[in-house]
Design a protein around this ligand. Structure first.
Ligand code: CTP
Ligand code: CA
Length: 232
């Protein structure tokens, strides 16, 4: 149903989008990062704004600027991103997890710059698992008063054990979110590219797509899908 405050399928609705790649500190000057450009997240923010939503962008490191008109919460690490996402849930109608969240972080963060050692030994960096923010959001949703649509992204390759769709369906079941936007990754990486091809997988097992086109075309399809789930 349409709401007061504008037009569009998400008029009066609040959309939270996580975007960019997290950076996991090693010491005051170094981090472990990833190649996420943040472009898909920005396109999602634009698409949600175009549908009349009030948009909060929880933004890790990105190569592109946030679109005008959204509230930006800057974060660095996966732990910061989790706090920001969980903190936004009570005032959110749709959460889209487009951020590339590091699966691991250094077990210890040195408070001073790590120096080359005198004994010539090669350093070893121990890693620990980061929380699964998407999964944590799904768990937190259970105690919210209002409905919340939660979507995730997944880039999958086929391997000896299963094809990309099978991997994605298993991931969707593990995460427990409403839908997963599946990118089938071939030898040419999606990171940094301006176009995309995705399939939207629903919790009920149905698949729609493929959606082919710019990241904005993909974003429009994702936002449209979320708006439809919200209104049913
Ligand atoms: N995600 C998250 N928290 C993490 C890792 C991933 O919220 N610590 C989210 C991503 O933002 C994305 C979705 O989960 O929306 C799927 O990310 P992906 O890396 O494909 O899933 P993982 O569970 O980390 O599985 P894998 O071992 O295949 O990397
Ligand atoms: Ca991962």
């Amino acid at each position: 149903a349409a709401r007061a405050g504008g037009t569009g399928s998400l008029a009066g609705r609040r959309v939270t989008i996580s975007a960019g790649g997290t950076r996991e500190a090693l010491d005051p000057v170094r981090f472990l990062g990833n190649r996420s450009s943040g472009k898909q997240g920005m396109a999602l923010a634009e698409a949600a704004l175009a549908q009349g939503a009030q948009v909060t962008l929880i933004l890790a490191h990105a190569e592109v600027a946030a679109p005008r008109g959204c509230d930006v919460v800057r974060v660095e690490s996966a732990l910061e991103l989790r706090d920001a996402v969980l903190g936004a849930l009570a005032t959110t109608d749709v959460l889209v997890m487009a951020a590339a969240v590091a699966d691991f972080r250094p077990a210890e963060v040195a408070t001073t710059k790590i120096k080359k050692s005198d004994d010539g030994a090669d350093p070893v960096i121990s890693l620990v698992r980061n929380p699964d923010v998407l999964r944590d959001a799904v768990i937190a949703r259970a105690s919210l008063a209002e409905p919340l649509v939660i979507a995730g992204f997944a880039a999958e390759t086929g391997d000896a054990s299963a094809d990309p769709l099978t991997h994605a369906r298993a991931k969707l079941a593990r995460k427990g979110c409403d839908f997963l936007v599946l990118n089938v990754v071939g030898s040419d990486l999606v990171f940094g590219k301006d176009s995309n091809e995705v399939t939207i997988l629903d919790a009920d097992g149905s698949a729609s797509g493929p959606v082919r086109g710019s990241k904005r075309v993909v974003a429009d399809a994702v936002i449209d899908h979320a708006a439809r789930i919200l209104s049913r």
